[in-house]
Write a protein that binds this ligand. Structure first.
Ligand SMILES: NC(=O)c1ccc[n+]([C@@H]2O[C@H](COP(=O)([O-])OP(=O)(O)OC[C@H]3O[C@@H](n4cnc5c(N)ncnc54)[C@H](O)[C@@H]3O)[C@@H](O)[C@H]2O)c1
Length: 485
């Protein structure tokens, strides 16, 4: 394992799924003194997984763990994707497995095996069904243990965000992937958003010059999740907000920015992070307003600052602002900003500016398509190029080839603009073709590490925290994610 000092092990906890109140223990682990730069050599027999190609799979047999809000949505997407079959589903609640099995049977004529009643039923499922891939859609504290068990059982692990919530668990996941030679992809769906894909395409064309700075966020007012208490439901999140303080959900904004910058992929990598949280006011105020004085939410002392602010410094010296706020009453925002020496691309709303960015397309289109590398030599940057007409123009000129291929089908099947469908389509396509996954295990590890590292920085008054090098130096030899067609 990469980090050994002063950590205890969530993933080593065999009570996985039976201890949903592990948030306090997680916080204690995340603020404990630890030398994050100390990395042990990769054990013999383990291999570096960046760029790893697994043997091709004709039809990917998928098993699902967790059938809550997210799990049902993901499971149903698989039914429309070629080269895969949902062979088994698992959730402790048998009414949940029955309802989803009914839908699958109705749509495909085949009923998946159902595993339920026991939080450890997923282990039986892994042993009996021997799936090719397992998708994990459960509360955060269970992700690492389940991913490790899935890979040990011979399956590729597809893990909802974040990959894990302590550094030691992140290392365990990385080490298991390297030892078992199974993919472990954290499912950062926002990397497949139309604008994120388009920005990646524009950045790779060199339109904003050398990259300097990014801004990433997950700002989404979700206090009403406090009402979703049936069968434990979303209340697992509230326990984390009560016990921990930092950026507990960093990957939606950071994932895309990290791939624009090719962090941990040859060009540059994560170096250090500082973090500060605002006061924690909104959750307690909401509980007071909406729940009885003796309700459990009114007995919690919410410690997590409403707005979490972190700045990441990369090895090349670039900066990334990462914010997280699921509490304050304000509009949704993932920022999605990337700034270079020659221009800036930003979102919410979509807008661009730069020396080579102008409403006038280039005279010489690239590949016969409008919108080649040279947009204009007379760009504009004192005002944003934005609005309905600008959006249509930018999409026409710069939509990512993957979005052009799958976007329309994805939009019909996915009410979140298609990003979930495109992500799962690519997951199956990569496994079917024996291609590297679009997000390797190290990217999931670095993006998720912002959780525990920000907690530690906040706890220490904003001191810089060093990112562990989950690649053990191999990021230098990893190719950047190409523009997939
Ligand atoms: N990428 C995204 O856009 C996105 C959106 C929502 C949620 N998520 C992630 O998805 C995960 C689930 O979130 P959700 O909103 O669906 O939560 P949820 O509470 O609605 O569902 C969690 C499900 O996991 C099940 N579960 C718990 N322990 C289990 C066990 N031991 N074995 C099998 N099933 C178990 C629960 O019964 C429940 O059905 C979280 O990690 C969350 O961060 C991601």
């Amino acid at each position: 394992m990469g980090v050994t000092k002063n950590c205890t092990m969530n993933a080593g906890d065999s009570s996985c799924g039976q201890d949903p109140a592990g948030a306090e223990a997680t916080h204690a682990k995340n603020i404990a003194p630890v030398d994050t730069s100390a990395v042990t050599p990769r054990p013999e027999g383990s291999i570096y997984m960046g760029g790893f190609r697994a043997p091709k799979i004709e039809c990917v047999r998928v098993a699902v763990i967790g059938l809550g809000e997210r799990g049902v949505l993901q499971t149903l997407h698989f039914l429309s994707i070629p080269h895969c079959e949902v062979v088994a589903i698992c959730d402790p609640h048998d009414d949940a497995t029955k309802a989803v099995a009914d839908q699958i049977e109705q749509r495909t004529g085949k009923r998946p095996a159902e595993y339920n009643k026991d939080p450890l039923a997923y282990k039986k499922m892994l042993a009996e069904m021997k799936p090719d891939a397992v998708i994990i859609n459960t509360p955060w504290e269970t992700h690492a243990r389940m991913a490790i068990d899935a890979m040990e059982a011979g399956a590729h692990a597809l893990v909802e965000v974040p990959l894990a919530i302590t550094l030691e668990d992140i290392w365990r996941v990385v080490d298991t992937s390297e030892r078992t030679q199974r993919h472990c992809m954290m499912l950062e769906n926002c990397n497949y958003g139309r604008n994120e894909l388009m920005f990646l395409n524009m950045v790779r064309k060199g339109l904003i010059g050398e990259l300097l700075h990014g801004e990433a966020a997950y700002i989404h007012e979700l206090r009403s999740q406090m009402f979703s208490e049936s069968r434990g439901g979303d209340s697992w999140r509230a326990k984390h907000y009560a016990a921990r303080n930092g950026n507990l959900y960093p990957t939606h904004g950071l994932g895309p920015v990290a791939q624009y910058m090719s962090l941990a992929r040859g060009e540059d990598t994560f170096d250090r992070i500082v973090s500060f949280s605002s006061p924690a006011k909104g959750r307690a105020a909401y509980a007071k307003k909406h729940f009885a004085p003796d309700h459990k939410w009114n007995k919690l002392d919410f410690k997590c600052g409403d707005m979490s602010n972190s700045i990441i410094k990369t090895k090349l010296g670039r900066t990334i602002l990462v914010q997280w706020d699921e509490t304050s009453p304000r509009p949704y925002d993932r920022k999605n900003l990337i700034q270079g020496t020659e221009g800036t691309l930003a979102d919410y709303p979509l807008r661009v500016a730069g020396e080579r960015i102008s409403p006038e397309p280039a005279d010489k289109p690239e590949d016969g398509q409008p919108g080649g590398a040279e947009i204009s030599s007379e760009g504009s940057y004192h005002e944003w190029y934005e609005g309905e007409k600008a959006e249509a123009d930018l999409y026409a000129r710069f939509d990512h080839p993957l979005y052009k291929r799958l976007g329309e089908e994805a939009r019909q099947k996915d009410d979140r603009g298609g990003m979930n469908y495109i992500m799962l389509y690519r997951v199956i396509e990569c496994l079917h073709n024996g291609e590297p996954m679009d997000q390797n295990v190290y990217e999931g590890a670095f993006w998720s590490a912002v959780g525990p590292l920000s907690e530690k920085s906040v706890n220490e008054g904003g001191t810089p925290q060093i990112f562990p090098d989950f690649t053990r130096g191999d990021w230098k030899n990893t190719t950047p994610l190409p523009v997939i067609r």
